[in-house]
Design a protein around this ligand. Structure first.
Ligand code: G3H
Length: 486
């Protein structure tokens, strides 16, 4: 029986449903596996959820936005405790729904629980910090942080639990009320958690609906009643949703979007280290991470040696189902992804690049083996597009200004990985790079964590900052009560 959560009730769904398939076959002859179904909702249910969130906020008078810190913390702790009991179920669904391997699926779950507890701690600290009084020119100020109102929360398929919760949890912690619609892939794994949401938070504080963005999220935006659009995904969806809002200037945005993070490998780099990190950076979860390395610049003096060793290492990676021991490469959850990646390969090869690893481009029904492409130039689609999948473009360079200019001209600005031995010599380069992106990783691949550190991007890569500490600020506003010295 399908259910959804609105106004504190788990409601049975009697309408049309959408079947959810895994691209992983459970039979010898390949056939996508039917995992279950979700409600196919539309405008009436979207409005019902919106009304429930508005009622719970109740123009700032609601139980949740006015609740004492300790009580709100108790609700969040209750949720985290119940969530932990669902670990096996959620991890299993993560593997089936999005093809994430077992260690990474477990890590996604555990990291999310840790994120909740860290958020609770930081929130308590925030309350202590902001409860202080200030006095200037005879005016006392009692500074606080308050909620923004109603948050529409939409997460991505690559971290359907962790990144969605990285939006939802801080939004709730700060006293906002929310409507949350899970991503297309990684949607069933939310269902084991519905009861935990229902029983931990006051009614209407969290409302969970299912369906397609244009049928569920669009009407919510059109109403003009949403105060925050919190989305991790692509900028096309983010812009389309913002455009629906009749009072765009009032809308607060918290967005985690695309990136094209490059690695720069300098001539004096430790090649073993650089290759290890670039393998992990380009191919963890098959490159389906916003933080994945999506271009690898290698200095021309070392590029032949780098390519030879890198290509061999890629071919040694094991492909298998997510639960197979040692499987680093796993089925792609989007059925059309192999064809998209093949299109990038064909375009690059047509424009002069070669596939330099033996297994590059080999396909099965649900996978395309990573192709290492060299030399990649600006004219190729794989240089321009965020591939978000298993294909690795290698770009040779002579002068450091070449990658620097490319990064400066790019539409994105999330992170860079820099590989080189002489850190003192690198200092000016690091100073330049941090002015172009938001995190420079020295001799290591790009990544979001640890979640206490700021996570954001310049240009089209992000709006607002996500991390335990920063997200609490992104989902709140500083207010104060002033009184005169009389
Ligand atoms: O998709 C983007 C994620 O934020 C990447 O996170 O670096 O922890 O894999 P990660």
């Amino acid at each position: 029986q399908n259910t959804y959560l609105v106004g504190g009730q788990l409601k049975p769904w009697k309408g049309k449903t959408t079947e959810v398939y895994s691209t992983i076959s459970s039979t010898e002859e390949y056939k996508p596996t039917l995992l279950g179904s979700i409600p196919y909702m539309g405008e009436p249910e979207a409005n019902e959820a919106l009304q429930a969130a508005a009622n719970a906020f109740d123009k700032g008078k609601g139980l949740w936005p006015t609740m004492k810190v300790a009580d709100r913390v108790a609700c969040m702790e209750k949720f985290a405790k119940q969530m932990v009991t669902k670990r096996d179920e959620v991890v299993k669904l993560l593997m089936w729904e999005i093809g994430k391997n077992l260690p990474d699926s477990e890590k996604e779950f555990d990291r999310t629980v840790e994120y909740i507890y860290d958020t609770i701690e930081d929130y308590k600290q925030l309350d202590r910090d902001s409860a202080n009084f200030k006095k200037r020119d005879g005016i006392y100020a009692h500074i606080r942080r308050g909620p923004l109102g109603i948050v529409l929360c939409l997460g991505p398929y690559n971290y359907p639990l962790n990144e969605t919760f990285a939006l939802l949890i801080p939004a709730l912690m700060m006293g906002n009320t929310a409507i949350f619609k899970p991503a297309k892939h990684g949607v069933l794994l939310i269902t084991p958690l519905l009861e935990a949401f229902r029983s931990s938070f006051p009614k209407g504080v969290v409302n969970i609906v299912f369906g397609r963005g244009r049928e569920v999220a669009a009407p919510i935006m059109k109403s003009g009643r949403v105060d925050v659009l919190a989305l991790i995904g692509n900028s096309k969806s983010a812009v389309a949703l913002q455009d629906q809002h009749p009072y765009k200037n009032r809308l607060r945005l918290v967005l985690g979007l695309e990136a094209k993070n490059p690695a720069i490998v300098l001539p004096d780099a430790d090649l073993d280290l650089a290759i290890n990190e670039c393998i992990a950076g380009t191919l963890s979860f098959n490159g389906q991470r916003c933080t994945a390395l999506k271009l690898v610049y290698v200095h021309e003096d070392i590029v032949d040696e780098f390519n030879k060793r890198f290509a061999k290492r890629v071919d040694e990676l094991k492909f298998g189902n997510p639960w197979d021991e040692g499987a680093k490469l796993t089925p792609l959850p989007e059925p059309d992804k192999p064809a998209y990646i093949q299109g990038l390969i064909d375009d690059a090869v047509g424009k002069g690049a070669k596939i330099i690893n033996k297994k590059g481009g080999e396909t099965t029904e649900n996978y395309i083996f990573p192709a290492v492409l060299y030399p990649v130039t600006e004219a190729m689609r794989v240089y321009q597009e965020e591939q978000f999948g298993p294909v690795i473009p290698i770009v040779p360079f002579k002068k450091i200004d070449e990658p620097i200019n490319d990064i400066a001209d790019s539409n994105y600005g999330q992170q860079v990985s820099l590989f080189g031995a002489d850190i003192r010599k690198l200092a000016p380069l690091i100073d330049t790079l941090v002015n172009l992106v938001c995190r420079v990783n020295l001799n290591s691949s790009c990544q979001r964590g640890p979640d206490m550190y700021p996570f954001t991007g310049r240009k089209d890569s992000a709006v607002g900052t996500l991390s335990v500490h920063d997200a609490l600020r992104s989902f709140s506003i500083r207010t104060f009560v002033a009184s005169k010295d009389n």
